[in-house]
Design a protein around this ligand. Structure first.
Ligand SMILES: [Fe+2]
Ligand SMILES: [Fe+2]
Length: 251
């Protein structure tokens, strides 16, 4: 079976956008961030838009609609990519008998990757959940990204095999990652972030079934779900949740 390259995928996305514009009489433009690296943003894009065309200013009809007051679990089900890695990491922490703050940190540690953006995912993920979790939890999410690159024999953590394959044997983390690791290593919450990396496990059992609903109670006790719903509560990260609700909104 032929695999799709990035160009094919963009062609399909463009076609879907054109079709939607025809069907709904509304235009959709993908943000710069979605296309950087695959489209030359210094050039004008595509044919000139009809000046009378209305643009999408709400939820994208191609995505499942979110409830009026969305909860964290709704984002897992309606917006995030496959989250088996998060669920299995949390399950490992649970089985190891770690406190719930470790379990919730494991459950959310790569929320940046599955829900938002890969680049600097620890920092984005921490910011996204910061208003709703214990400070120690968002701290661990922020620093797990840097700590992941550094072994700690005292707890049996080695440099990940996966990273050797993904980045090559000569890869060295950027200076800011090294700086943040040094800072985190001397912090009182170092071991919280270290435990996240210890449960950050990629050798999944493909037959293991873990459902986010299994963590409903843990989430209920450790994630302060806002009354108005995520996105509508006027917290420092509400705009990030709103962007997840309506990622193609024109403005
Ligand atoms: Fe991560
Ligand atoms: Fe991870």
């Amino acid at each position: 079976m032929a695999t799709l390259n990035l160009q094919d995928m963009h062609a399909i996305a463009d076609e879907a956008e054109e079709r939607m514009a025809r069907d709904l009489d509304v235009g959709v433009v993908r943000s710069t961030l979605f296309t950087l690296g695959s489209v030359d943003r210094t050039q004008a894009l595509g044919p000139k838009r009809d000046p009378n065309q209305r643009m999408l200013m709400g939820q994208d009809p191609r995505l499942p609609e979110t409830p009026a007051r969305p909860k964290l679990i709704d984002f897992f089900k309606l917006r995030f990519g496959p989250s088996a890695h998060l669920l299995q990491s949390a399950k490992l922490a649970l089985k190891a008998g770690h406190p719930e703050k470790i379990v919730i940190a494991c459950l959310l540690h790569d929320i940046g990757v599955v829900g938002f953006i890969r680049s600097d995912h620890g920092y984005w993920g921490a910011q996204l959940v910061e208003p709703y979790v214990d400070e120690e939890v968002s701290w661990a999410i922020r620093y797990h990204q840097a700590i992941r690159f550094y072994p700690d024999e005292s707890v049996g953590y080695e440099y990940p095999e996966l990273y050797l394959r993904l980045f090559g044997p000569d890869y060295r983390p950027d200076p800011y990652i090294d700086r943040d690791y040094q800072y985190a290593r001397n912090h009182k919450w170092y071991m919280t972030a270290r435990l996240v990396t210890l449960n950050d496990y990629y050798a999944f059992d493909p037959n293991a079934k873990v459902d986010v609903d299994e963590f409903e109670d843990v989430i209920g006790r450790n994630f302060r779900q806002p009354e108005e719903g995520l996105g509508w509560d006027n917290s420092p990260s509400s705009h990030m949740w709103r962007t997840l609700i309506a990622p193609t909104k024109f403005l």
